[in-house]
Design a protein. Structure first.
Length: 246
């Protein structure tokens, strides 16, 4: 049994083809960690048409509520969903904390709008509305992919190193620490000495300190929130070699 099954309702299913055949999403499917079904809204319209002119006039076309609900009910006959999610600019903001919660679900249905959007009555048929930011895209397909990618990488076995996702930015409300690899020196820029000594306890302390320091410098809003729940480490950041990037 997969850890997570996701169904997606979309007017433009081809947008999902390449991302789902690449990288972590491809490998996670091959391992049976998650399964996904992409469902074309046009298949649920008697004449293939899914949109119409907006009542009251105005530019753009609106996806019909009857088509979407027909598709939704058809899928619900086969699967019991933990959440039915509408991707919409005025939904709750997608955060790492929300991804963490949704990754515990077993089945999700995502509805991606397109054109001018979906008839607003769709809100009576969903359990959650999610936005990926304060901007507008052509449709909900890319936001759906962002949500899928963020969820799948949290599933056990999806990443080759199971601890990697726990060290990402925004886990525990902080940014990730800087990372380095070979060469140890490049054009006068050196890797911080603490990372080269093999002292794992010191490395962990440095990384934790850098998470706080980087968040303080780049996202003071997040830093203030994190301080309110857990004070930063008291030790100072170990000095880096001159020219090191941190």
């Amino acid at each position: 049994m997969p850890l997570l099954h996701i169904d997606v309702l979309t007017a433009v299913p081809e947008i999902f083809e390449s991302p789902l055949r690449s990288s972590i999403l491809k490998r996670a499917q091959a391992k049976g960690i998650f399964t996904i079904g992409i469902h074309n809204l046009h298949d649920y319209s008697p004449n293939g048409r899914i949109d119409d002119y907006p009542y009251g006039g105005g530019a753009g076309m609106v996806i019909r509520i009857d088509v979407v609900v027909r598709a939704l009910r058809n899928l619900k006959e086969k699967t019991t969903y933990d959440e039915i999610i509408l991707l919409t600019p005025d939904g709750e903001l997608l955060t790492q904390a929300l991804l963490n919660r949704l990754s515990l679900c077993q089945s999700l249905l995502l509805i991606a709008g397109h054109y001018k959007g979906i008839d607003d009555r769709i809100r009576h048929f969903v359990t959650r509305e999610i936005s990926i930011g304060d901007y507008v895209l052509t449709g909900g397909e890319l936001p759906a992919l962002v949500l899928i990618d963020g969820l799948v990488r949290l599933l056990p076995g999806a990443l080759s190193d199971g601890t990697s996702a726990l060290e990402d930015s925004f886990q525990e409300g902080l940014l990730a620490p800087p990372v380095y690899t070979r060469p140890a020196e490049f054009e006068g820029l050196r890797v911080p000495e603490v990372l080269l000594r093999g002292n794992h306890q010191a490395i962990q302390a440095w990384r934790e300190q850098m998470r706080w320091e980087r968040t303080r410098q780049r996202r003071p809003d997040l830093y203030a929130k994190a301080q309110a729940t857990a004070p930063p480490p008291g030790k100072s950041v170990p000095p880096s070699e001159p020219g090191a990037s941190a």
